[in-house]
Design a protein around this ligand. Structure first.
Ligand code: SF4
Length: 510
C-alpha cells in the first residue's frame, strides 16, 4: 500500500495522458489506468483495452458429501436408490465479483437458479465498507492492557481494548474513526491491519501500557514473544467447583490463583459441601463471598493472569486458632494448570515448598486437559445498510426489511453471518469461514468484502429488484460480467450451508 500513491491519480494529468488510459469507475478513487497496469487497489486493471477485475470471481461448489447428507433414506415408502443429488450445486460468491459503485447501478451479478423446486435469486457484490472493523477474541488469561487502552499497529492507533470475556481478552479494531477520522497514515495502517486480519494473516499489535501480541485468525496468540497454549478452564472459583472432589483426601488446602476470582477450597461452598475442614489460611485480597477473592494482585502475565511469579505473595499469616498446624499440606495452582506448586507448613506455620507429590499430579493434569487450545478469533463487522442496498433494489429499505424478516439470507463469501437486531444491516462474520483472501481494499481507505443476498425470486420481485438484470447461473458461468471476470470454481469451505432452503421455505409457508 505504500506505493499506492505512485500508482493512481485521481486528477486528470492532461488530455493526452488521459486519452491513453482507461478510467476505472468501481470506487470513488476513479483511477486512470494505463494498458497493462492495475489501479491503486490492484483489483482492477486495464487489459486489452478494457477494465478487468484481476481476480477471478469465485464460484463455490458444494461437496457431494454435503448434498448426500440431506438425501432422505426413505422417501414415499421407497428406499434411497444410492444416487447422489445436487452434487454440483454451485453458488456464485461475491469474491472477485466487482463492486456496484456508484450505487444506483445494479449489483455485478444477479443470479437465478432453481434448487429443489425453489426458484432462487442471489444478488452478488463486493461491498466497499468505510464503516467496518474487526472484533478480536484472544483466548488468554494474561493481561494485555487496560480496558479502553489504545491498540496500535506500526505505531498508529487502530483500535482499543474492550471488555474482557470469560477466559479471553477482547479488542475492537478499525471503525470509521480510525479509517477516515484521523491522519492519512492512521487510516492507511488501520485499513492494512484490518485487511491482513480478515485475510487471516498474522498482525503484530501493541497495547499502550500493556503487552505486544501477534494475532492471526485461527492461530494461537503470541504475547510478548511467548506463544499461548491454553485457555483457562474457568475462573478460580469455577476451577474449585469442578475439581474439589479430585483433591478430597489428597491435600489439606487448595488455592486456585486467578486474576479475576481466586478460589480457596476449604472456604468455598464446594469444599464445605464435601466436608473440607478449616485451615486458618489468609488470602491477601478482597473477599467477595466465602472462598472467592478479587484483586489478589494486579493483572499481568504471571500466574492466572496476575503479576505473580511466587504464589505465596498472596498469602497472609496462618491462624492456628482456625486450623493451621505444622505439616498442613497446600496445593497452589493456576487456572490453566500450567503453574503449580506444593507446600507444607513448618513448625512456625510458614509454607515450605516441597517436591510435587505424585498423588496430586493427576488432578493438575486434569485441569490442563480440560483447558481448550488458546486461539485468536477475528469477526469482521460491517454496516451493509447504506447505499450498497441500491445495487439490490430500487427501494433500499425493502432489502433491510426483507433481511430482518428472514426472507433474505445474507452471506459473506458464502459464509453465514450474524445480523444485529435493530436498524440497518449490521453484520458479523467469522473470517475463517470465508475462502482465503476474500477481502480487498480501496485507498479511500475502506475494506472491500464480499456480500451475497439470497432470496426467493418472488420475494426479489416484491422488494423491487432489478428484474431485467437477473441472469441464469449457466449464463454467468459462461460469460462472466461487466468487468470481464474470469471464473474459478472452488470447493466451498465445509460447514457453510447453502442455499438456506429450510429458512426460505418456512418463511414462504411452503
Ligand atoms: S482503487 Fe481500485 S476500484 Fe477504485 S478506481 Fe482504482 S482500480 Fe478501481
Amino acid at each position: 500500500m505504500n506505493e499506492l500513491s505512485e500508482r493512481f491519480d485521481t486528477h486528470d494529468p492532461g488530455e493526452r495522458q488521459v486519452a491513453e488510459k482507461l478510467r476505472c469507475d468501481a470506487c470513488p478513487v476513479m483511477c486512470y489506468i494505463a494498458e497493462g497496469r492495475t489501479g491503486a487497489c490492484d483489483r482492477y486493471g486495464n487489459f486489452g483495452g478494457r477494465i478487468t477485475r484481476c481476480d477471478p470471481v469465485r464460484v463455490l461448489e458444494h461437496s457431494a458429501e454435503e448434498a448426500a447428507a440431506v438425501v432422505p433414506f426413505m422417501a414415499e415408502g421407497k428406499p434411497w436408490d444410492g444416487r447422489l443429488v445436487n452434487t454440483r450445486r454451485r453458488f456464485v460468491s461475491a469474491i472477485g465479483a466487482g463492486t456496484t459503485y456508484p450505487d444506483y447501478k445494479p449489483a455485478p451479478f444477479i443470479v437465478s437458479q432453481e434448487v429443489e423446486g425453489v426458484d432462487l435469486v442471489t444478488v452478488v457484490t463486493e461491498g466497499i465498507f468505510s464503516y467496518c472493523g474487526v472484533k478480536v477474541k484472544i483466548d488468554t488469561d494474561r493481561h494485555l492492557g487496560d480496558e479502553t487502552a489504545i491498540v496500535r499497529a506500526e505505531g498508529e492507533a487502530v483500535g482499543h481494548v474492550t471488555t474482557g470475556e470469560y477466559g479471553s481478552q477482547m479488542l475492537s479494531l478499525g471503525g470509521v474513526s480510525h479509517l477516515t477520522g484521523g491522519s492519512k497514515s492512521e487510516g492507511r495502517v488501520t485499513c492494512k491491519t484490518l485487511l491482513d486480519l480478515c485475510n487471516r494473516q498474522a498482525v503484530e499489535l501493541t497495547i499502550d501500557g500493556g503487552a505486544s501480541v501477534v494475532v492471526q485468525a485461527g492461530a494461537a496468540p503470541v504475547i510478548d514473544g511467548k506463544q499461548e497454549h491454553r485457555m483457562r478452564v474457568g475462573c478460580g472459583s469455577a476451577t474449585i467447583g469442578m475439581f474439589a472432589t479430585q483433591w478430597r483426601g489428597l491435600v489439606d488446602e487448595v488455592v486456585v490463583v486467578d486474576d479475576h476470582i481466586t478460589g480457596v477450597v476449604s472456604e468455598h461452598q464446594a469444599g464445605k459441601v464435601l466436608g473440607w475442614e478449616d485451615t486458618g489460611i489468609k488470602i491477601l485480597g478482597r473477599r467477595s463471598t466465602p472462598g472467592r477473592y478479587f484483586k489478589v494482585s494486579e493483572p499481568g502475565l504471571g500466574w492466572g493472569g496476575t503479576t505473580i511469579s511466587d504464589p505465596l505473595e498472596i498469602l497472609g499469616e496462618w491462624n492456628p486458632k482456625k486450623g493451621a498446624r505444622p505439616g498442613l499440606s497446600l496445593l497452589m495452582v493456576s487456572t490453566t494448570g500450567e503453574q503449580f506448586a506444593y507446600y507444607e507448613l513448618d513448625d512456625e506455620l510458614k509454607p515450605v515448598r516441597k517436591p510435587f507429590p505424585d498423588r496430586l499430579r493427576k488432578s493438575v493434569d486434569l485441569i490442563e486437559d480440560n483447558c481448550e487450545p488458546a486461539l485468536c478469533t477475528v469477526l469482521f463487522m460491517a454496516g451493509a445498510g447504506g447505499s450498497l442496498r441500491a445495487g439490490v433494489t430500487e427501494n433500499p429499505v425493502n432489502l433491510t426489511r426483507s433481511v430482518h424478516g428472514l426472507k433474505t439470507y445474507v452471506t459473506c463469501g458464502g459464509a453465514p453471518v450474524y445480523i444485529w437486531p435493530g436498524g440497518g444491516i449490521t453484520l458479523m462474520v467469522d473470517v475463517t469461514r470465508l475462502p482465503e483472501n476474500a477481502f480487498g481494499y480501496v485507498p479511500t481507505p475502506a475494506l472491500v468484502a464480499p456480500i451475497e443476498f439470497t432470496m426467493r425470486r418472488d420475494d426479489y420481485l416484491a422488494l423491487g429488484g432489478y428484474v431485467d438484470e437477473i441472469r441464469s447461473l449457466d449464463d454467468v458461468l459462461a460469460r462472466g460480467g461487466e468487468y470481464f471476470n474470469e471464473r474459478r470454481i472452488a470447493g466451498s469451505p465445509p460447514g457453510n450451508p447453502w442455499p438456506p432452503l429450510a429458512q426460505l421455505r418456512r418463511e414462504s409457508g411452503r
